[in-house]
Design a protein around this ligand. Structure first.
Ligand SMILES: [Zn+2]
Length: 508
């Protein structure tokens, strides 16, 4: 009887900084797209939502119909065409197989932004729902940085999201959604959901789930789950503050077994707690300015080097991996022993390759992605390595996921090790070094652009992690960003009655 279940699987994933000028096109998504059997072959066993879907389906002997999956990670907007195209492709796949399908497992980010879609995920869910019909379950798994409200989830039977940032539980999130699906189809549970929004935004760096008081609120959600005898699934989501939408910000999602009242009560209670703790949520860690951070690190390194324990400088406001503020400041000071992994600049990577390994080349490096990425740097670089680079993630975040960096070069720029890549990829673990035969522990200073995911790998090895704010689109000072769709009157930190000055929290 169980062998007769058949589920469609699909995914469309992008985290959009809506203020960035360049939108991801269908071509960009196509480069990351998998279809049909390739989805199963590539993502089986990977710590990703789709990997989690596949895991449960194979264990439960559920037949899968893999449609399309594309994931671009955290960049700028998506084009309208891209949203229409993948919503259409997924819906068409579901419609063609609707008679043979028992349900759909969908993986979406929740913070996609596109010009003509106030809520792209809502559009995708509704298209899939229309194709599937009203009676069959549609379970959606989201990122923890999803901006959701009840409208987004209207067409979903139940929804789930990562509970951790760094997102080390991506596979588990897929498993939660898939298990809920299988139990629903077997008649064991009848999921209903509720969502509540506290009207709170924080910068992504403060969305790390180990930070208090956020960690305490998430623990409380876990405690409620563990003490419940009936099925219940609670996700606290930080939202993504750099996607300008009417539903940007925190939300609490609660799925119960046929108990809507309880789902509502729990979502509201946790949401109120977030609202209450909003000031503390916005300042769990100090934020440094460039020169202050470099003064401090270079002073401490001059006093005592800590072999094997690099300082991590987090250029967190850089959303496109090509900001030049920190690299420029390091070069200006003549700092040695620093590394800047995975700077996104395909033209520079190609030029380095064309020059050849061992040669010296003049490059105009970085700062291309927007008017806030800092000026491109004119540098003379020695090419230590250049070529095409692919690998599989070895760290806990997205372990097993294939990464294709495209044309890549490892450069030495006045004693600073800079790797330049053609594909958009975050350096979050040791792979950014080991793929070149290097070790992160051998550097004194490492400049990263990750927000929270780097912590799984770097917290244990770092001498210290300093968050450095730069005038980029991912700044810690949300009040400087040009929101249009967000109703700022009603949300923190913009609402006037809060008297909240973000700048006062910056270290000199
Ligand atoms: Zn996320």
């Amino acid at each position: 009887m169980t062998t007769s279940l058949r589920l469609a699987i699909a995914g469309f994933h992008i985290e959009s900084v809506s203020f960035l000028p360049v939108a991801a096109t269908v071509d960009d998504f196509e480069r990351a797209a998998l279809r049909g059997k390739a989805i199963i072959e590539q993502l089986r066993g990977a710590n990703t939502v789709i990997g989690g879907f596949i895991d449960v389906c194979e264990r439960e002997q559920v037949e899968t119909l893999p449609l399309v999956h594309t994931a671009l990670g955290a960049i700028g907007p998506a084009t309208d065409q891209a949203v229409t195209r993948y919503a259409g492709e997924i819906a068409a796949g579901v419609r063609d197989a609707a008679n043979r399908l028992d349900g759909v497992l969908l993986f979406l980010h929740g913070a996609c932004w596109a010009q003509s879609f106030p809520d792209p995920e809502r559009f995708i869910i509704n298209e899939v729902r229309a194709a599937l019909g009203t009676d069959k379950p549609l379970m959606v798994a989201f990122d923890y940085h999803a901006n959701l409200d009840a409208g987004t989830l209207e067409g979903a039977t139940a929804a789930f999201a990562y509970r951790k940032s760094p997102h080390t539980d991506t596979g588990d999130t897929g498993r939660r959604a898939a298990r809920c699906m299988v139990r629903t189809l077997r008649g064991e549970i009848s999921p209903v959901w509720a969502i509540a929004k506290p009207g709170v935004l924080v910068p992504s760096i403060f969305s790390a789930t180990a930070l208090r008081p956020l960690a305490d609120i998430i623990d409380e959600a876990q405690r409620i789950e563990q003490e419940s005898e009936r099925f219940i699934d609670i996700t606290v989501m930080a939202g993504f503050s750099y996607a300008d939408s009417h539903n940007t910000g925190f939300s609490v999602l609660c799925v119960t077994d046929a108990d809507r009242e309880r789902a509502n009560a729990i979502a509201n209670e946790l949401s109120q707690r977030i609202r209450h703790e909003r000031h503390a949520l916005y300042r769990p860690l100090p934020v440094h300015q460039i020169q202050g951070a470099l003064d401090r690190v270079t002073r401490e390194l001059a006093l005592e080097r800590a072999p094997g324990k690099p300082y991590v400088l987090l250029e967190h406001a850089d959303r496109m991996n090509d900001s030049t503020y920190l690299l420029a400041a390091l070069l200006e000071r003549g700092v040695q022993g620093a590394a800047v992994p995975f700077l996104w600049d395909s033209a520079a990577a190609q030029q380095a390759f064309d020059a050849g390994i061992g040669r010296t080349v003049r490059l105009r490096l970085g700062g291309h992605s927007s008017n806030k990425a800092g000026p491109p740097l004119d540098v003379t670089a020695r090419v230590l390595w250049a070529g095409l680079k692919r690998y599989r993630v070895s760290g806990t975040y997205m372990q097993g996921m294939p990464v294709d960096l495209g044309m890549t070069a490892l450069l030495d720029i006045n004693g600073i090790s800079v790797s330049v890549v053609s594909a958009f990829a975050f350096a979050v673990d040791g792979d950014a070094f080991t793929i070149f035969g290097l070790r992160p522990e051998d550097f004194d200073i490492i400049v990263l652009r990750s927000k929270t995911h780097f912590r799984a790998f770097y917290e244990p090895i770092a001498k210290e992690i300093l968050i450095v704010d730069t005038p980029d689109y991912g700044t810690a000072d949300l009040c400087t960003l040009p929101y249009q769709r967000l109703e700022k009157r009603s949300v923190f930190p913009f609402a006037e009655d809060t008297h909240f000055d973000v700048r006062s929290y910056l270290e000199p």
